[in-house]
Design a protein around this ligand. Structure first.
Ligand SMILES: [Cu+2]
Length: 333
């Protein structure tokens, strides 16, 4: 959406928000770091959204900075102005004999219709962003994320990386490594840069939430239910998030750490985890056909035998095992 318009309007909205937040700004100005936003983590004294590192977050920035903030600022100033006008112009001293009329149809129509128009205008951009979250491109990597009391478990089903637990890094270790305590994890989620990463999210006990500001992620992890979201990291680096659903006593101690690496580093990491970039081998479907007694399973076995060759990618060598029809199959990339 209008990147050029975004640029010019962004400046306007930034100055508008600085009027509203003037007092707060003055306070934060004392801190030398407030303006230097750290990528992928909160900044001491920061007042804006975290810098974006995924397309959806850029859209969220546009929605917040260009659509919402100017509207909020204008409404706030209008209400403040009206209040000030009434306080100063119509107090007992300035206006000793008040008017006796009530109701004004024109004003009532305006203050009913105008908010509706404003809300409809906001909804156009809001729905566009919601649809962008919904319309995930074909994923390159799928990570299953499970929220537990109180850590995260990651699994790469297509690469055969078994579920592993990501705990919060203890304070001493975090200090020794120079990483942010309560954001750094023992075992990060590792993803390749510039690839669409699908997160398949669930929970094992209570509701948690996957929230990582730099990628614009915030999706509930609900027991017995699968939610999905996606991101496409635009740069390598380490990005931090946290559980964002009050999930118990250690809710504040289950950070999400996503490490974005190059494709080669990702492949190395997959190998180090005992996985493989070639998809998992499927069950030998045709071999099962003779084992089924013809009277019971003949039609089903026949269907399986017909379906199996169709699932194999075109040009696959005859001696290779039939790969699973997984979305991350190399042939599909
Ligand atoms: Cu949680």
């Amino acid at each position: 959406m209008g990147k050029r318009a975004l640029g010019t309007l962004k400046g306007a909205s930034a100055s508008a928000s600085s009027i509203v937040l003037g007092a707060g700004l003055a306070m934060f100005a004392a801190s030398p770091t407030w303006a230097q936003d750290l990528m992928g983590q909160p900044t001491p004294g920061g007042i804006g959204l975290q810098p974006a590192a995924s397309p959806l977050k850029h859209d969220a920035h546009f929605f917040h900075d260009v659509i919402l903030m100017p509207i909020i600022t204008a409404i706030t100033l209008l209400v403040l102005g009206l209040l000030a006008w009434i306080v100063f112009r119509y107090n007992k001293k300035s206006n000793p004999t008040p008017a006796r009329w009530s109701h004004n149809t024109t004003v009532e129509i305006i203050w009913t219709v105008l908010p509706v128009v404003i809300l409809v205008f906001i909804s156009l951009f809001s729905f566009r962003l919601l649809f962008a979250y919904h319309d995930m491109p074909t994923p390159d990597v799928t990570v299953k994320v499970t929220g537990n009391q109180w850590n995260w478990a990651y699994e790469y089903p297509d690469q055969g990386v078994a579920e592993y637990i990501s705990n919060m890094l203890p304070e001493e270790e975090a200090k020794a490594k120079g990483v942010p305590y309560r954001l750094a994890a023992t075992e990060p989620m590792v993803v390749p840069v510039g690839k669409t990463v699908q997160l398949v999210i669930t929970a094992s006990d209570v509701i948690h939430a996957v929230a990582l500001p730099a990628f614009g992620l915030k999706t509930d992890a609900v027991p017995g239910r699968i939610n999905t979201t996606w991101f496409k990291a635009e740069r390598t680096g380490v990005f931090y998030g946290q559980c964002s659903e009050l999930c118990g006593v250690d809710h504040a101690f289950m950070p999400l750490e996503i490490r974005v690496v190059t494709q080669a580093q990702f492949e190395q990491w997959i190998a180090s985890k005992g996985g493989s970039m070639t998809p998992k081998v499927a069950e030998p479907a045709p071999a099962a056909a003779p084992a089924v007694t013809p009277a019971v399973g003949a039609p089903a076995a026949g269907e399986a035998a017909e379906a199996a060759p169709a699932a194999a990618p075109v040009g696959a060598a005859a001696d290779q095992p039939v790969p699973a029809a997984a979305p991350a199959a190399p042939a599909a990339q």
